[in-house]
Design a protein around this ligand. Structure first.
Ligand SMILES: Cc1cc2nc3c(=O)[nH]c(=O)nc-3n(C[C@H](O)[C@H](O)[C@H](O)COP(=O)(O)O)c2cc1C
Length: 373
């Protein structure tokens, strides 16, 4: 049994991710918080304060940041394309670095999750309505069938990823993470149910992965591979993203190929839904990380439902290098310090998670024993 509060506990050991030195293994998972509630989708001084409060994390991964105007598909989330947005991010990075932190930008394109209320029909691999809700400027609405992307849409989007990566590095981000998991555009290409294309971007596993690898290669034209990570894995959701018999082979193929690029990291989600009775059943619990660890050679970040005991165990047994915490970081800005002393974690107020302003964003207190720090 590992003493989770010992300074020798695996979570508190420094490490190298790519060429970036991390003082501990605790990662703040990307968290959309809808605080860029301004016409330009510009990160504000409140973002700077929020992220700086969490700078003791070994690594912060930003909330999803839209790579272009047409990538936007969630109201009040920040972008990474305009001069004003980049100015806003540079203040965020100054604040995080001043507190001794490190932060990478998550590059986001929502694809079919977007909605005509954002100003144009959403686009995706194919015209499959993924049957979710879109968080539009006018509230939550059912998703619609997207417009299938033309080859010129695809080429433009690939180059938008590269531009956004360049922009991120120009304002001081310590790297980028490409969001290729969950419900969003790259995952829509990878998933057999949402990609019905018959050209070179659809059909076989290799063809469905082509868009992902074009994005990776375009980003690598701009950023050193040791600063480029990816969020990927077989864990998706139900509905159009329910696991099928190609979900795992698809993820294994992509992760195996990614492994050869010498990337900074792969962020892998464990189950958020019950895998029982699905093709992912053998990957329930820690099996997800043990299995994918055998495929991915670089830094593996394990996520979903972590606590100190599980995180230490996964690192100690070699199934993960870093542990990402999402929800705990919302209500515990000093999560690292709390885990270090075994202090209780504060609960989230869900009414203020997707809200506006400081309440429930920057006003969660630090634990009493670290309040003077
Ligand atoms: C409020 C909220 C917003 C999120 N926003 C993002 C996001 O922008 N990008 C992303 O990749 N994941 C996002 N996630 C997923 C988290 O990064 C994480 O995978 C998830 O919360 C599971 O980790 P946890 O069990 O530690 O909370 C979000 C999760 C929550 C709860």
């Amino acid at each position: 049994m590992i003493d989770t509060t010992s300074s020798k506990a695996p979570l508190f050991q420094p490490t190298l991710m790519g060429d970036l030195e991390l003082p501990n293994r605790i990662v703040m998972s990307p968290l959309t918080r809808m605080r860029a509630a301004n016409p330009g989708l510009v990160p504000t001084e409140l973002h700077a304060e929020y992220y700086a409060q969490r700078a003791s994390a070994g690594l912060i991964i930003s909330e999803g940041a839209s790579i272009s105007p047409e990538a936007v598909g969630w109201a009040d989330t920040p972008g990474l394309w305009s001069k004003e947005q980049l100015q806003g991010w540079s203040h965020v990075l100054e604040a995080v670095h001043a507190k001794g932190g490190r932060m990478v930008a998550q590059l986001w394109h929502t694809g079919a999750i977007s909605h005509p209320d954002f100003g144009a029909a959403p686009m995706s691999a194919s015209d499959v309505n993924i049957g979710y809700e879109s968080t539009t400027p006018l509230g939550r609405k059912p998703t619609v069938a997207p417009r299938p992307m033309t080859l010129s849409d695809i080429h433009r989007t690939v180059s938008d990823y590269a531009k956004a990566a360049r922009n991120a590095m120009s304002v001081g981000f310590d790297g980028v993470q490409i969001q290729a998991n969950y419900l969003y555009l790259i995952a829509q290409f990878l998933n057999r149910t949402t990609n019905l294309r018959t050209d070179e971007y659809g059909g076989s596993i290799e063809k469905r992965a082509r868009f992902l690898f074009e994005v990776i290669e375009a980003v690598l034209q701009e950023v050193d591979p040791r600063r480029v990570g990816v969020r990927i894995g077989p864990m998706n959701e139900v509905g159009a993203f329910a696991a099928n018999d190609e979900t795992l082979p698809m993820a294994e193929y992509a992760i195996r190929e990614l492994s050869d690029y010498g990337l900074s990291h792969a962020l892998i989600m464990g189950a958020t839904t019950d895998f029982a009775g699905t093709s992912l059943e053998p990957l329930a619990g820690d099996a997800m990380f043990r299995h994918l660890r055998s495929i991915f050679k670089g830094t593996l970040i394990a996520n979903v439902g972590m606590d100190a005991e599980r995180g230490n165990r996964l690192i100690a047994e070699g199934s993960a290098d870093l542990i990402a915490f999402g929800r705990p970081f919302i209500s515990n800005p000093d999560l690292v310090e709390r885990l270090a002393v075994g202090a209780p974690l504060a609960e989230i107020d869900w009414n203020t998670v997707y809200a506006s302003g400081a309440r429930g964003y920057t006003d969660y207190p630090r634990h009493i024993s670290t309040a003077v720090a």
